[in-house]
Write a protein that binds this ligand. Sequence first.
Ligand code: GLN
Length: 281
Amino acid sequence: MVNSVLECKAIRMFYVKQFRSAGILDAVFEVNCILEQVTGMPWHSIRQISPEQHQKINSMIQRRISGEPLQYILGEWEFYGMKCFVGKGVLIPRPDTECLIDLIAQKFRRSEKLNILDLCTGSGCIALALKKIFPDAEITGMDCSPEALAYAEKNKNYHGLDVQFIRGDVLNTTFAENFDVFDLIVSNPPYLTSQEMQTLQTEVSHEPATALHGGSDGLDFYRNMTKIWRTALKSGGMLLYEIGEQQGKAVSEILASQNFRNIQITQDLAHRDRIVSGDKI
Ligand code: GLN
């Protein structure tokens, strides 16, 4: 263990090499993220690192080498330009999900007094990003996981946004019947297949399986939520799901079977099918 004030450059080089040997592809970026968080400075302005800081850095580096996701180690990640606190027990917001926000921002007018429900809200990132865009909207986020909801509350308080988070099972029919009607129901549900769950990237295997696994074919939540929550949509209201890139056709068929119209598949920035949306008639 190093216990004197060290040149930052030497430390960076040392850890980048360790990350590379551990097979971490974005070694420089990830080392910089850790250094920035511990020192509170942009990596290029850091000149020296104290022994206390170095100890913290070293323990974060070791966690990362052991396969933990960088986002959990940092305790925060960015989603749609917003800081989002994350940690064990909650799904890490993905950039893929940002295109849901873009699409909703295109479909509705900012000044509309929308009533929006975000099912399987997790960290609350979708609900909170929408509240920023639609300040007059009434937004509710729902999740069954107390760990995830603790992060959603923390994120809401950090950003000072008025969103309601509630604990509930999104597959509970009676629960759904007791809700007001919504203009928009959005969800990024668990959608990985049982087979995909067997071959998760090490980092992803640290995330809660309940946020990832959508049953044997990955479609359980789409099948059940579409049926259950249809009644909670206004006529003309929109249902909008994030999907796995292979699921566009199957999820569109689920929406069609429940009488949704204007069913559309939208791609993400990498040109992969990422959203299925439809209107309730
Ligand atoms: N997009 C995530 C992944 O590929 C899965 C998230 C989800 O199931 N909603 O790991």
